[in-house]
Design a protein around this ligand. Structure first.
Ligand code: MIC
Length: 660
């Protein structure tokens, strides 16, 4: 059978299991990535595994999220990460050097390799023909300890691209088109592989835009072939020797197919409050806008910023709105400074921000109350911008620029012919001095890891009780994001290394009394709708409930990464056998899951739940792999590894310390 590209890479890395969709597969990892908001906790958990040195060929931590230093907390975390990285064989990218996804694309992503990253948008690296997957911090810690990554083998979707993008239509519109078709649940358990003649028309950074937001579909990864565009990119990055051509074999088979004729696409916009709420810009054009934000973790390449500068050239942004621009990396900042793009944006009145995630995660630049904010970012979950009643619209850089000019949401096609800007310079200055290599092992042993007072150990994992009993702490609806569980923004994210403190913000968008109630009731259960835990990889969305005594989450369905994070932390994710039973859940009532430990241990697919007040029973689904069952019964991944020594079911521990 002719193989698609995703399958080739997965097969080359398979160390156990099967590639049959739905079966469990374990893959060997080549690289791991962390960032500062997820990294401190990941490192603290790695420490508990008792290893002196990272066991992967390459691991890196980027400081790019918790960049606002309004007190000691974030700088303490950064100092911890720098010393931890040096101690344990991890590369360290200094604050101000850029956003992990762009930096990884520039400096480290490699065709044919595998990457696990503690950030959901790790998928960006799929642009260079690698399998790049987002995961929780503990999963990444365990990977850094040399364990393979086990997951349900994904189905592979061919996204067949025909034609070429018309004027004013951009890579963002391609991914928004996929989101328009499939919405935020349509990628679950799937890898999207791009193929067809349209692929060759897309540059590496355009591919990065698409692979970044593949995460918004709930997908496992996105992957492009490694071709001439890849080669050109690696050459610019002075990494030509790392190029190898890779593509699907002729006649390759896929599990599903999407076809997109690029020439028929139009500028699209994701309306509040979901990246899946997509319509053509022209349908809602004219909407008054108070803020336009360009750049950040997606659409912050040279081309993205240059197109905006070209539209704004010799003009200024509409006085009604404020505009910000965030380059993806120091390299991009340097290039726009030299080419004049920076000057043009500055002259147009844009507020130029440093290369960091910034407003994309509510780190400053919150929009005014109730106003519309148009952003080239990847997520518009309610409140993520920092303003409780925000209205965030996700668009391409061209649509953002046209909107900045007119003060109202504008279809860029209404501006006439697009301006030319001559493309990106082909020889950006490559300067890796802000990425610190770890010292050799004998020297590393002498490095002291520096901890600040806000850095607290992760909560203890306890073996699962034979039966679980507790009250329903809250009942929430569909598409609850991890931002509802562990909110974005400067105040809360500064507690990423302090779980007891961050737990106090759990469900603050839904119900500020939740943490106190969970404590008063001695923990209990959370009931959710479909796609519970969508969005980010932050394991704090599981750690905080664990801290508050949540024993199980019962939902209609779960988002991929959050479900893994719950299991890793020993919280049982169960689904309703009959989704209509969701309506039976009433806050405050007592549910009992008798004999759940034994049932999970024996691999029973359904378990009984008893509602005390209603004297009623219902069935819950417990669909877990052998590995997941072992972890749940032990009370979490750390507990499992401590209990079993070093192995998990299906494990082959990879040896070989970090080198690059
Ligand atoms: C995001 O875009 O939501 C984040 C912030 O990058 C997160 C990581 C985090 O919460 O630290 C993600 O995507 O995983």
């Amino acid at each position: 059978m002719a193989k698609n590209l995703a399958r080739q890479v997965l097969e080359a890395h398979k160390v156990g299991g099967s590639l049959e969709p739905g079966q469990e597969i374990s893959i060997r990892l080549d690289q791991a990535l962390m960032q500062d908001a997820t990294g401190t906790m990941a490192c603290l958990q790695f420490e508990q595994l008792g290893l002196e040195r990272v066991q992967l060929p390459f691991a890196v931590v980027y400081v790019d999220h918790n960049i606002l230093q309004i007190d000691f907390k974030n700088p303490d975390d950064h100092r911890f990460l720098q010393s931890f990285a040096a101690r344990h064989g991890i590369w360290y990218s200094r604050p101000g050097n850029g956003i992990c996804h762009y930096l990884h694309l520039e400096r480290f992503a490699r065709p044919g390799q595998t990457l696990l990253g503690a950030d959901s948008h790790t998928t960006t690296a799929g642009a260079l023909g690698m399998i790049a997957i987002g995961a929780g911090g503990l999963d990444v810690a365990v990977a850094m300890a040399g364990h393979p990554f086990a997951m349900a083998a994904p189905g592979i979707v061919e996204v067949h691209l025909e034609g070429r993008l018309p004027d004013w239509v951009e890579a963002k519109d391609i991914i928004l088109e996929l989101l328009r078709r499939r919405s935020v649940r349509g990628g679950l358990g799937r890898i999207f592989e791009f193929a067809g003649p349209g692929v060759a028309t897309l540059t590496a950074t355009q591919r990065a835009t698409i692979c970044n937001m593949i995460a918004e579909l709930g997908a496992t990864a996105g992957i492009f072939p490694s071709d001439q565009q890849t080669q050109a990119w690696l050459k610019e990055q002075q990494r030509a020797d790392q190029f190898s051509p890779m593509a699907a074999e002729r006649g390759a088979e896929y599990d599903e197919r999407e076809e997109i004729d690029l020439s028929t696409l139009v500028p699209l916009v994701a309306k509040p409050h979901s990246p899946g709420n997509v319509v053509p810009v022209e349908e809602i054009a004219g909407l008054e806008v108070a803020q336009v934000c360009v750049g950040s973790s997606v659409n912050s390449s040279y081309e993205d910023l240059a197109v905006v500068a070209a539209v704004l050239k010799d003009r200024i942004v509409h006085p009604r709105l404020v505009m910000t621009v965030t380059p993806g990396s120091r390299q991009i900042l340097d290039t726009i400074a030299l080419s004049g793009v920076y000057h043009e944006l500055l002259n147009a009145g844009a507020r130029m921000l440093e290369p960091a995630c910034g407003p994309c995660v509510g780190m400053g630049q919150a929009p005014p109350s109730g106003a519309n904010s148009v952003r080239t970012f990847n997520r518009n979950f309610p409140g993520r911008s920092g303003t409780e009643d925000d209205n965030v619209y996700l668009v391409s850089p061209s649509t953002a620029a046209a909107t900045a000019l007119n003060g109202v949401l504008t279809d860029p096609r209404s501006l006439g012919r697009p301006p030319s800007f001559g493309g990106a310079p082909h020889d950006p200055a490559i300067d890796d001095r802000q990425i610190l290599a770890p010292p050799p092992a004998d020297e590393a042993r002498r490095v002291a890891v520096i901890r600040g007072p806000n850095i607290k150990p992760p909560p203890e994992h306890r073996p699962m009780a034979e039966s679980l009993k507790g009250r329903i702490l809250i009942v929430v609806g569909d598409d609850i994001s991890t931002g509802d569980l562990a909110p974005d923004g400067a105040t809360v994210m500064a507690y990423r290394s302090n779980v007891p403190a961050i737990a106090e913000f759990t469900f603050q968008h839904q119900d500020r009394t939740f943490p106190a109630r969970a404590r008063d009731w001695g923990g209990g259960f959370v009931v959710g709708g479909a796609n519970y835990g969508q969005g980010s990889s932050r394991e704090h969305a599981a750690l905080a409930p664990l801290q508050l005594g949540v024993k199980a989450v019962i939902a209609k369905s779960f988002a991929r990464i959050h479900r893994r994070n719950l299991i890793a932390q020993g919280i049982v994710p169960l689904t309703f056998d009959d989704p209509n039973d969701y309506r039976l859940a009433i806050q405050g009532e007592t549910w009992e899951l008798p004999g759940i430990r034994g049932a999970i241990d024996r691999g029973e697919a359904t378990i009984k739940a008893r509602i005390e007040e209603k004297q009623r029973e219902l069935r819950l689904r417990a669909d877990f792999s052998e590995r997941e069952r072992t972890v749940l019964v032990a009370g979490g991944l750390l507990a499992t590894l401590r209990h079993s020594g070093t192995t998990l079911p299906g494990d082959t521990v990879v040896s070989g310390a970090a080198e690059h």
